[in-house]
Ligand binder design. Sequence first.
Ligand code: BES
Ligand code: ZN
Ligand code: ZN
Length: 486
Amino acid sequence: MNFELTISPMNDIEADVELIIVVNNDLKHRFVHDKKMLKKAGFSAEQDETCLLIENNRLYVGVESISSVNIRTAVATAIKGLSKTSYKNLKIASYMNHPKCTAVLRAMVEGFELGAYNFDNYKSKKSTQAIKKIIISLEEYNNYELDIEICAIAVNNGQITAEATNFTRDIVNTTPDDCYPAVMADIAEKLAENNGLTCNILKPKQLKEEKMETLLAVARASRHRPRVIHLTHKPKKPKAVVTLVGKGLTYDSGGLSLKPSDYMVTMKSDKSGGSAVLGIMKAISEMNLPIEVHGFVGAVENMIGGDAYKPDDVLVAKNGKTIEVRNTDAEGRLVLADVLCYAQQEVKADYIFDFATLTGASVVGVGHYTSSVMGNNDLPKDAVIAAAKSAGEFATKLDFNRYLKKSLKSEIADICNISNTRYGGAITAGQFLEEFINKEHKDKWAHIDIAGPAFVEHAWGENPHGASGAGVRMMLRLLEKLAKEK
Ligand code: BES
Ligand code: ZN
Ligand code: ZN
């Protein structure tokens, strides 16, 4: 999609269709040209309600108020509504609250890109999004001191963010037979080549040398051998060093603790954390942020077979801790344990964030649309939650506590891979990971359980059926904020 910013008045711009945003049900506003017709169509301009007046080539959409979140979802809904039309380009006013406040402009661009996303790789008939060009008019601000450069940066960053989110969505939506660990590693290598990142891929031989035995145990029954991916973005004078770790289970059958059939469907999405890390690395290299960012992905398939790891096994993690396996479906934490240890061995970071579709309990606790944020210290957790909010993602804190921690005790090893209570599963999973964070990193780490929003089987807001790219937008905001500090 192409975006063009102009100071030309809306009336002077030639476009196939115009998108008009109606704020707070105000159908009497001067921007609303077709009052009678809209009334006849029963349009009341509720948030995300659309009305296409095909004779006038005008599309109306409602927002409750002008805010980034409202504009992003409204614009996404509107563009989705045009997907079957033959319009090739669209014009819209900028709707910024203030000429210096470009957040809404960026959200608008994100809304167009995210709303136009469509995953049809497996359809024999491809649907093509006809609208290729969006012209945004800044005419309302001609009398103010308008900094068109700042507006252009907002548009560019919005586009980079949304394209990276769509890149992540594509990986997650790809089937497990087409996207297995070696394929994830190929995607990372190609990304590194195109975007000037460094890429190191660890294959089974190196994983053995690195003593990543818990990861290797999870991977054992699959014909697809595991990979650990390490991508690096290293600017000249970085303002901070950040490590990202992603769970990349290209399929989670549950292993010998096999999932019931209903729960197995959609488990191609268990690579969402790792895919988010790849998307974030793509965007930060395109924005060229002055932050050193290391992206690690544990890419593994959890299957059954004669060589499968078993409940009752005791595994030794990279940091020497022993783990009693009581459920092979709690595999993500085993993979992350080793990858977190490896990431800390390789990089001394100011922050460590891990992204994982780790527990069904997170979805039960906070619902489908929200990520759970955990850790030992409020600082990184609050930073994630604030960044999620300004990026248009939902995230909330789940507090650790020492009583739940006890439920992970093992009689025969250092720790169990599941807790002995059926409640608080998102927290106990987070507290399991805590065991693999070194002392010096304890206060720098936050764990983000994206099991709820990563893959939803219906469209919501700017998100389509399937993968949403959860984590990408929130982490980019956080990294952009770090880049502006000091
Ligand atoms: N990948 C799943 C978690 C999950 C569930 C993600 C639903 C997305 C949607 C994870 O590996 C898992 O199976 N966790 C178990 C843990 C349990 C055995 C302690 C779960 O949540 O049931
Ligand atoms: Zn599992
Ligand atoms: Zn899993």
